[in-house]
Ligand binder design. Structure first.
Ligand code: BGC
Length: 467
């Protein structure tokens, strides 16, 4: 690959002399380097560490992760289980006439043991999943013991395979009865949430060490209440801010509740956080308005919620979901421009996933370094790509891990890396076309086919060595 196709790389360095008499051009973490020795020219079209280590006989740069690093993949209930008939997404998919509705999804509700066998065979030692609130509490204050038993079985199945469960309590979907009470706009929403959290945590406390209360609160607010693209399609900034406030309150109360349950039961303290979607906001050019908008978005979208929870002492680790950069090019100084405008030109082109999101691995490094100052462990709870070409998936994983490792070398305390997703699944309003899975799902018969990228990642999970 030609390095000139990866423009504006912040870490691009001029030709630099390496220990063994090699000259190296290019970005130390980009896909390709050209390495030319002083008396002969060798072109290595693979990545820096393995290039120098294996093909060019140069300095030994081993990319090794810690022994206790958590490796795994994630799913969320509505996207994989199938037949989640009592939540707001199920109702909305039908009401607005989405072309592809969740339906049977991946039938993971029945096939979870099979999927966990595959995760184990891929050397994962952790797995992130979500509990579907609307299954456990299909009617207000009426809990289904059968569904609670189901989730106990799911967690036991993970543990039996040596997979550390990372359990999310809210991943975008809500019970229909909860929506009728005003959903997250209701200032007492936390009361309903806590009742459910208490049921689940009482049932699973002795089996679960990692809890994620809420997945991507800012995405929920932005898509559901500001852009108005997802249920409840509100398009109101004020409502969005109210929901954000109520989610923060709900998290902090749930955090305290979870810890109190563990304490009461004499269990070692759980690790509790949220999963925060973070983007590498990048101004398109040096115009002051673009730099200011990128700064603002970084603060508001990436950091504000997390910082608030740190201040209220309700985060044991920082959970982040990272996929892409956001190119910022604003038409004016008004808040709507500052908050929303994105680049419409194609002047800083990068490879993209099938949804058109830029592939920008150095963004994860930049963000990890920025999170360092909070002095909390960081858990990468989602990182992934939807793409037809599985070679690109492996490149994506490789480059992101490379950047995670680089940040760790510089003091970032990363606990683990969870890929999104274990299996192809229902990508919300986009349907089934965008395939994020390490494992392909054949929707005609619900068969699972392990992708090559999954096998490559499995060797990293086994040895901790990225090569
Ligand atoms: C969400 C997932 C989603 C993934 C890819 C994350 O923001 O947590 O539910 O499928 O991104 O879009």
């Amino acid at each position: 690959m030609n390095i000139s196709r990866w423009p504006n790389l912040p870490h691009t360095q001029p030709a630099k002399k390496m220990a063994m008499g090699f000259w190296v051009w290019g970005h130390p973490c980009s896909l390709t380097l050209t390495v030319i020795s002083l008396n002969q020219s060798i072109k290595c079209s693979i990545r820096p560490a393995s290039c120098i280590l294996q093909e060019c006989g140069g300095a030994h740069l081993m990319i090794q992760f810690p022994k206790d690093f958590l490796w795994g993949a994630a799913t969320s209930a509505h996207q994989v289980e199938g037949n989640n008939v009592n939540n707001d997404w199920w109702e909305w998919e039908k009401r607005v006439g989405l072309k592809e509705t969740s339906g049977l999804a991946c039938r993971h509700y029945e096939l979870y043991k099979y999927d966990f066998d595959l995760a184990k065979s891929l050397n994962h030692n952790a797995h992130r999943l979500s509990i579907e609130w609307s299954r456990v509490e299909p009617k207000e204050n009426s809990f289904s013991q059968q569904e609670i038993e189901h989730y106990i079985d799911v967690i036991l199945a993970l543990k039996a395979r040596g997979l550390e469960p990372v359990v999310t309590l809210h991943h975008f979907t809500n019970p229909l009865w909860f929506i009728k009470t005003g959903g997250w706009q209701n200032k007492n929403a936390y009361d309903y949430f806590l009742r459910y959290v208490s049921k689940i945590v009482e049932a699973l406390a002795d089996k679960v060490n990692y809890w994620v209360t809420i997945n991507e609160p800012m995405v929920y607010v932005y898509y559901g209440f500001i852009l108005g693209l997802w249920p409840p399609q509100e398009k109101s900034f004020l409502k969005g801010m109210r929901v954000k406030e109520n989610l923060a309150i709900a998290h902090t109360k749930a955090y305290r509740l979870i810890h109190s349950i563990y304490k009461k039961r004499n269990l070692p303290p759980a690790h509790v956080s949220i999963a925060q979607n973070v983007q590498a906001f990048t101004p398109c050019n040096s115009a002051l308005k673009n730099r200011f908008a990128a700064y603002l978005r970084n603060r508001i979208f990436n950091f504000e919620f997390i910082v608030r929870l740190i201040r209220s002492k309700s985060l044991d680790f920082i959970g982040i979901n990272y996929y892409t950069r956001g190119l910022v090019d604003v038409d004016g100084w008004a808040f709507r421009h500052m908050a929303h405008d994105t680049c419409k030109k194609n002047h800083l082109p990068l490879k993209k996933n099938s949804l058109g999101w830029d592939i920008y691995p150095q963004g994860i490094y930049n963000l990890l370094i920025r999170f360092k100052k909070y002095n909390l462990p960081i858990f990468i709870l989602e990182n992934g790509i939807c793409i037809e070409d599985d070679n690109i998936r492996w490149n994506f994983i490789y480059e992101h891990l490379n950047n995670v490792h680089r940040a760790m070398q510089e003091g970032s305390k990363v606990l683990g890396y969870i890929y999104w997703s274990l299996i192809d699944n229902y990508e919300w309003d986009k349907g089934y076309g965008h395939r994020f899975g390490l494992i392909e799902v054949d929707y005609s018969n619900f068969g699972r086919i392990v992708r090559e990228s999954a096998k490559k990642l499995s060797s990293v999970c086994k040895t901790g060595i990225l090569e």
